[in-house]
Every structure is written in structure tokens, then in C-alpha cells.
Write a protein that binds this ligand. Structure first.
Ligand SMILES: Cc1ncc(COP(=O)(O)O)c(C=O)c1O
Length: 397
């Protein structure tokens, strides 16, 4: 084992017994380079983060420019910092009138926490509803509402008043009541293996929440920023949430999360008590500068308009006998091979083909295909050729 790898195991706390262990030296475009100089095509994008490609020039320039102005100067919400204000205003211009005020956080989990607190503060209720196989983060509050028992059980007691409902089940929405503070939902459940909400379900959910006075929270940490073919996935459904959670691609490769709601609602965290949510580094100026540049690049390069065509190319070219189903929401795709062990073998075979990918958190039988949106059509063809070879290796072994 080389020295770096030994130190990795000795000094970095592990999250699993089988980390992917690519030893990265640099990354550019859709490629990750390891210490031996091998180039891997990135089909993970750091879990839906690197949508405008690694080392994107516009993003790097924006970071460098901000670097020379200032880094951290004060906790969130006190000083007027141009990158935060400019990014919040840019997002607001792209969002509906009830989503105009942004609270920047460090991560998706912290944004979930903030949204939970805002909902409790606004409604005076504490019940949170979410859906089976959902993922909203790993901090205590977020963990309390995720839809998988195995991840939560060891950390009980969790926060009280959580109710888990089946996804895409309109009947079950009757369990949202006047006790419910908020309903958290992903319009596409990424970690469940790319499961889309049906339009009827989201419409019925919107209606039920409005009737019961519960706040509807969309978690678009993975589906935001063009990943599913629109800037935000909720735009495909014509259903507008009361609170929107963003993270991952929001920071253009730097850590950043946000929960966004109306101007009026957001005032609640500044009174009774003031400082209803506090974060030192949330909305870090470097992250906001990077995120703003990434968003501008995304819109100016018309990448979102090309998502459907690239998605269709993947779907058409991956009809291998090993594939049970290929579920896709734009360039968020799950290649369902129906078996956990086979999927692990496929991840290893992909590695041999210099494709970096993994399985989903709650769908270990599904291979993740979520390349940077900058992938070209020729590169899509190349990925499919290599994937086909990898599938041959596992299927005919
Ligand atoms: C849908 C969704 N929400 C929230 C989170 C939590 O984000 P973070 O890891 O930045 O805390 C994730 C992370 O994977 C996610 O996929």
C-alpha cells in the first residue's frame, strides 16, 4: 500500500468499509485523474455537484477574483457581502414570487435543518412528514426524517413527531393534517435509485398542504441546476413549494446550501427569537462567488437545453440484457441491474473501463449515471461503449 493510502486509512475517519479509493490528483471537464495519470470519466459528479465540469474556467476565475477581495469576514447575516447578495438576487430572479429570500448554509443537511426550524416557527406545529426512501441529510434533524430505518436506528432517540408516508401514494396524503408543520419531498428521489414523483402525486400533495396549512418543502439538492432538464425540477411539474432546499451544485464545487422562501416567511427567523438560525460559514463568499459564476455559465452555455438529448442517447444505447430498467430524470440516471452484488461487480468492471461510478444509497442494485452536464454527445457515446463492455464482463462471467 502506498504511504498516502496508509495515512488515509489511519487518519481519516471512515464512512464505510469499502470506500471507492480513487486517489485523485486533478480533475478537468468530465475527467478525474489519479496518481498514475489514469483518466476516469466521472459519472458521479461528486454526487450531483460538478454540473459545469471540473476546473470550469469561469468558476475558477470567480474564485480567484473573490480570493483577492476577501475570505470570511463575519458570521452569516451581519455584513453586506457582495457575493451573497448578488447570488441571492440572481436566484430570486429565476424563482417564483414566493421564493425570493435566501438563507445560505454550509450544506444540504444544514438547509434541511433550517427549513425544519422555519416550518416549526411559522406554524407552531412540530410534525414533519416525509416519504419512504427519501434522503434529506445526515445531521440529527435531517436524519430524523429520512426514509430508511437502517441509517437511523442506531441514533435514537431522534426528534419526535415524524411521520413517514409511501411515495407517490395519493391516498396516503390524508395523513397530512392540521398537526403537520411541513412536508419534505424530493420531486425525484435520487438515492432511491431515481424514482420520479408522478405529476398527480405532487399536485395532490400541494393541494393537501395548502388545505391543512402545512408548508410544502421541495428538496432539490440533487435535482436542481439543470440536472433533470429544467433549471429546477419543480418547473417540470408546475407545482410551487413554500420552501426550496438547494445544495450540491449550488456552490459550483465549493460547499454551499440554501433554504429559500418568501420574504414575509423568512422574517420569522429574525424575531422571537432573533438569531433563529445561526451559521458562521454559511454563505461563504468564495462559495457564493463560485456558485454565481457556475449558474451564469450554466445558463449562458445552454447546457440545460441539451440535457434531454443526452439523456435519450444514454437510454437508447444502454439496452443491454443485464439492465432490468433504466430510470432517468435528465442526466440523473439509475441503471437497475436487480441485484446488489451484481451492481458492486459492475462498479468494479466500470473502474477497469476507467469509468468512475457507484451505487445509490437506498438502491444498492442500481448503478449511478450522473455525469457533469458538460459531457458532449461523443463522450456520451464513449461512456456507453465502455459501460457496455463492463456489463458484458459481469453478465457473461
Ligand atoms: C436530496 C438530498 N438532500 C440533502 C442532502 C444533504 O446534503 P449534504 O450532504 O450537503 O448535507 C443530500 C446529499 O446527498 C441529498 O441528496
Amino acid at each position: 500500500m502506498n504511504a498516502l493510502r496508509t495515512q488515509f486509512f489511519r487518519h481519516l475517519a471512515p464512512t464505510s468499509q469499502q470506500p471507492l479509493l480513487l486517489d485523485i490528483t486533478s480533475a478537468q471537464g468530465i475527467y478525474l485523474y489519479d496518481t498514475s495519470g489514469t483518466a476516469y470519466i466521472d459519472l458521479i459528479s461528486g454526487i450531483s455537484v460538478s454540473h459545469v465540469g471540473h476546473g470550469n474556467k469561469a468558476v475558477v476565475q470567480a474564485i480567484e477574483a473573490q480570493l483577492s477581495r476577501h475570505l470570511h469576514v463575519m458570521v452569516y447575516g451581519e455584513y453586506i457581502q457582495w457575493p451573497q447578495v448578488a447570488y441571492a438576487a440572481r436566484l430570486a430572479a429565476l424563482l417564483p414570487p414566493n421564493l425570493q429570500t435566501v438563507y445560505f448554509t454550509n450544506s444540504g443537511s444544514e438547509a434541511t435543518e433550517g427549513a425544519m426550524k422555519l416550518a416549526k416557527r411559522l406554524t407552531g406545529r412540530f410534525e414533519i412528514v416525509s416519504f419512504r426512501h427519501c434522503y434529506h441529510g445526515s445531521t440529527q434533524g435531517a436524519l430524523s426524517i429520512i426514509g430508511d430505518e437502517s441509517l437511523r436506528n442506531a441514533f435514537r432517540p431522534l426528534i419526535p413527531g415524524h411521520r413517514l408516508l409511501p411515495y407517490n401514494d395519493v391516498q396516503a396524503l390524508q395523513f397530512i393534517t392540521q398537526q403537520t408543520a411541513a412536508v419534505f419531498v424530493e420531486p425525484v428521489q435520487a438515492e432511491a435509485g431515481v424514482v420520479r414523483a408522478s405529476p398527480e402525486f405532487l399536485k395532490a400533495l400541494r393541494q393537501r398542504c395548502s388545505e391543512m396549512g402545512a408548508l410544502l418543502v421541495f428538496d432539490e439538492c440533487q435535482t436542481g441546476f439543470g440536472r433533470t432538464g429544467r433549471l429546477f425540477c419543480f418547473q417540470q411539474y408546475d407545482v410551487i413549494p413554500d420552501i426550496l432546499i438547494l445544495a450540491k451544485a449550488l456552490g459550483g464545487g465549493l460547499p454551499l446550501g440554501a433554504f429559500i422562501s418568501s420574504y414575509e416567511r423568512m422574517q420569522a427567523l429574525s424575531t422571537e427569537p432573533a438569531l433563529g438560525h445561526i451559521t458562521t460559514f454559511g454563505g461563504h463568499p468564495l462559495s457564493c462567488a463560485a456558485g454565481l459564476a457556475a449558474l451564469n455559465f450554466l445558463l449562458e452555455s445552454h447546457l440545460i437545453e441539451q440535457v434531454a438529448e443526452k439523456q435519450n442517447a444514454f437510454v437508447a444505447k444502454l439496452q443491454h440484457p443485464m439492465v432490468r430498467e433504466l430510470r432517468s430524470a435528465g442526466l440523473l440516471m439509475a441503471l437497475d441491474v436487480g441485484d446488489d452484488q451484481r451492481c458492486r461487480q459492475l462498479v468494479a468492471a466500470c473502474r477497469e473501463q476507467q469509468l468512475a461510478t457507484d451505487c445509490f444509497l437506498f438502491a444498492p442494485h442500481c448503478l449511478r449515471l450522473a455525469p457533469p452536464l458538460t459531457i458532449t454527445k461523443d463522450e456520451v457515446d464513449e461512456v456507453c461503449r465502455r459501460l457496455w463492455k463492463a456489463m458484458d464482463v459481469v453478465y457473461y462471467a
